[in-house]
Ligand binder design. Structure first.
Ligand SMILES: Cc1ncc(COP(=O)(O)O)c(C=O)c1O
Length: 568
C-alpha cells in the first residue's frame, strides 16, 4: 500500500477523543464504525487497531502508528512503519490481529508477554579463548587499567544509530566478526543523535584538521558562537527565568555560560559560582558558605560534586568532604525553612533525579525551594546534566515550568556534543556579574573542536522533527511499560513507569531484579541501565524509531518471563 493512501486513511480516522464522545463505550462504537469503513476500503486490518488507538482509546494497542493530530506521521514514516511492522511486530498488536475493537479492548485484560527472546541470543563471552582478539584486549585492560568499573566481557568496536557492534572472539588469521546490540543506554544518556552521526563525524574531521586547541588564553572561532546559540535557544525555549518565546535583548544583560569538560566539572564550577555570588551579595554581612543537596542525588565524583552526592557508597571512604553541606529530602516541602537557612550559599538539585532512580521533583516543591532561596539569598542550581537538552521533551526540564520554579544556574553536559567531552554552566546575569577574571578556569574547556560540534548538535537537538519523535517514542514507551506493569504485577512495582520524555524508569518490586534484567537483556542483544537500587532505566537516543522501542520492550517482556520462571 502506498504511503500516500495510508496518510489519507490516517487523516480520515483521526477523531480526537473528547469531542462529543463522552464514554469509552460510545467511543468504541464510533471506532467500530470507522473500522468498518476502513475494511470496506481494503485497509489492512491490523492497522485498524492502530487507528482506533490513535483516536484515544487507551490500551487497545501498545503503540500508535498513526499518532495524534499534533503528531501526524509523514508519508515516509508511514511507509517505514509498515515495513517495520511486517518485519518485526511481536507485540500486542499482532496478538490482537483479527479481533474487532471491542474484543481487542477485552483482550488487553489478559495479555500475554512476548516470549520470542526467552533463549539468550547474545551470551556474554565470559573467558574467551586465550588466543583471540577479545581475550587480548580484555587482558590489556585488566593488566593496566584501574578497576573502577565492573563490566561484562564485551569490547565494542563501532556503532550506527542505536546499534552498537561488539567484537566476536576471533583468532589472528580469521576475519573479524561483530555482534549487534540495540543500545538503550545511549552511553548513559549521552548520544542523543545516535552513534556515528555522519554530520557530527564530518564536522569533527574538518575541525580536527583545522584547529583542536589553543587554550583559554586566546579566543577561538567556535566557543563564542556555541555559547551564543545556547543562550539564544534558552530565551526561545524558556529557562532560567525566561518564558518560552523570549528574545535576547540586544542591550543585555544576558544569560552567560562557562564551558567545562564534563558534568562533574560543570557542577564543581556551579558550586564555586554559588559561593562567590552569595559572598558578593551578602556584602560581608554573613559568611554564607552552606550548600544544600537532596537524598538520591548524583552530581559527580570530584570532591565538591561528591560532597553534594549524599550516597554513602560513593562518599564514605573519602571523608572528610567539603564542609557545611546539608541534605534534604526531594519533594518534602515541610522543613525547607530549617534546611535552607541564612548561611546557605547554594542549593543544587536535579529536576528529575537520574542515577537516583528516575525520581521527578514536584513543581510545587521546586517553587517552594525557589521561594526559600530568594528569602535567604541563596543561588538555586538545577543539574540538568541527564534531564536537560531535550531529553525530557523540552530544552530544559524546567523550560515550561512556571517562572517561579526556575533556577539561577543550570548545568549541562552529556548530550551537548553527542559524546565528545564537554560540560557547561549557564547562569542568570545576577550570578554572572559576581564572577571576575581569575575566579575559575580550565585548560581544555571551550576548545574549538568540541564547541563547533556542540554548536551543530544544539541545532539538531532543537529540530521540530526530533522533538516530535521524543514525544511519540515516549508515549509508545510509557504505553508498553504500562502493559508490562499489568502483565508482571508480581515483579514490577505497582506505581509503574515514571519520568518524562526519554528519561524513563520502571521500578521493580525486588531490587535485585533490576540488575538481573539488565544482564538478561544484554544476553538477548539489548543494552539497558538500572538506576537507584531497584529501577530499570530507559534513555535511548532521541532518534530511536518505533521498531527499536518495540524491540527493546519485546526483549524486556521475555526477560521478565525468565525472571518469573527463575523465581518459582
Ligand atoms: C545528573 C548528573 N549530574 C552529574 C553527572 C556527572 O557527569 P560526568 O560523568 O559527565 O562528570 C551525571 C552523570 O551521570 C549526572 O547524571
Amino acid at each position: 500500500m502506498a504511503g500516500s493512501e495510508l496518510y489519507a486513511v490516517a487523516d480520515f480516522c483521526l477523531i480526537p477523543m473528547g469531542t462529543g464522545t463522552t464514554s469509552v463505550g460510545k467511543y468504541i462504537a464510533e471506532c467500530q464504525r470507522v473500522l468498518e469503513s476502513m475494511k470496506n476500503e481494503g485497509i489492512v486490518y491490523e492497522r485498524c487497531h492502530e487507528a482506533v488507538h490513535a483516536m484515544g482509546v487507551e490500551r487497545i494497542a501498545t503503540d500508535i502508528r498513526l499518532g495524534t493530530r499534533t503528531d501526524k506521521p509523514t508519508n515516509e514514516a508511514w511507509a517505514e512503519g509498515l515495513t517495520e511492522n511486517r518485519r518485526k511486530r511481536e507485540s500486542v498488536l499482532r496478538r490482537l490481529d483479527g479481533k474487532d475493537a471491542a474484543q481487542a479492548f477485552q483482550s488487553t485484560q489478559n495479555l500475554e508477554p512476548c516470549t520470542e527472546y526467552i533463549t539468550p541470543t547474545h551470551p556474554d563471552f565470559s573467558d574467551p579463548a586465550p588466543n583471540t582478539n577479545v581475550a587480548e584486549e580484555l587482558r590489556d585492560f585488566s593488566e593496566t587499567t584501574l578497576g573502577t568499573y565492573k563490566r561484562p566481557d564485551l569490547v565494542f568496536a563501532y556503532g550506527k544509530g542505536l546499534d552498537l557492534y561488539a567484537e566476536m572472539p576471533t583468532t589472528r588469521n580469521q576475519e573479524k566478526q561483530y555482534r549487534r546490540y540495540l543500545d538503550f543506554t545511549a552511553g548513559i544518556a549521552v548520544n542523543s543523535l545516535g552513534h556515528a552521526d555522519p554530520q557530527v563525524a564530518r564536522i569533527a574531521g574538518e575541525q580536527a584538521a583545522r584547529l583542536v586547541h589553543c587554550s583559554n588564553l586566546y579566543y577561538n572561532e567556535w566557543s563564542g558562537k556555541m555559547v551564543s546559540r545556547l543562550v539564544e535557544m534558552t530565551y526561545a525555549h524558556g529557562g532560567l527565568g525566561e518564558r518560552p518565546g523570549s528574545l535576547m535583548a540586544p542591550e543585555g544583560p544576558h544569560l552567560k555560560a562557562f564551558v567545562a569538560n564534563s558534568g562533574t566539572e560543570a557542577n564543581e564550577a556551579a558550586l564555586k559560582f554559588a559561593r562567590k555570588a552569595a559572598a558578593v551579595y551578602a556584602n560581608g554581612a554573613h559568611r554564607k558558605t552552606g550548600l544544600v543537596c537532596f537524598r538520591n542525588a548524583f552530581h559527580g565524583r570530584s570532591m565538591g560534586a561528591l560532597s553534594v552526592t549524599p550516597n554513602p557508597k560513593y562518599q564514605e571512604v573519602f571523608q572528610p568532604l567539603v564542609g557545611n553541606i546539608r541534605v534534604g529530602d526531594l519533594n518534602k516541602i515541610e522543613g525547607l525553612d530549617t534546611l535552607i537557612t541564612e548561611d546557605v550559599a547554594g542549593v543544587i538539585l536535579e529536576p528529575i533525579q537520574g542515577e537516583g532512580g528516575v525520581l521527578p521533583a514536584d513543581v510545587s516543591f521546586l517553587q517552594a525551594v525557589r521561594r526559600r532561596c530568594d528569602e535567604v539569598g541563596a543561588v538555586l542550581i538545577y543539574d540538568e546534566i541527564q534531564c536537560g537538552l531535550f531529553r525530557t521533551g523540552t530544552m530544559w526540564c524546567h523550560s515550561e515550568l512556571p517562572l517561579d520554579a526556575h533556577p539561577d544556574i543550570v548545568t549541562m553536559a552529556k548530550p551537548l556534543a553527542n559524546g565528545f567531552p564537554i560540560g557547561a554552566v549557564l547562569m542568570r546575569p545576577r550570578v554572572a556579574d559576581a564572577i571576575v577574571v581569575g575566579d575559575h578556569g580550565t585548560t581544555f574547556g571551550g576548545g574549538p573542536l568540541v564547541c563547533r560540534i556542540a554548536h551543530y548538535v544544539l541545532g539538531r537537538l532543537a529540530e521540530d522533527a526530533l522533538r516530535q519523535n521524543v514525544a511519540a517514542r515516549s508515549k509508545q514507551l510509557f504505553e508498553r511499560l504500562s502493559l508490562i506493569r499489568d502483565m508482571f504485577g508480581d515483579l514490577v512495582h505497582e506505581s509503574g513507569a515514571r519520568g518524562r520524555g526519554l528519561l524513563v524508569g520502571l521500578p521493580m518490586k525486588k531490587a535485585a531484579h533490576a540488575s538481573e534484567v539488565v544482564a538478561l537483556a544484554r544476553q538477548r542483544g539489548v543494552l539497558l541501565l538500572s538506576a537507584g537500587s531497584d529501577t530499570l532505566r530507559f534513555v535511548p537516543s532521541l532518534t530511536a524509531s518505533r521498531a527499536e522501542v518495540d524491540e527493546a520492550m519485546d526483549v524486556l517482556e521475555s526477560c521478565l518471563v525468565v525472571v518469573r520462571e527463575g523465581a518459582k
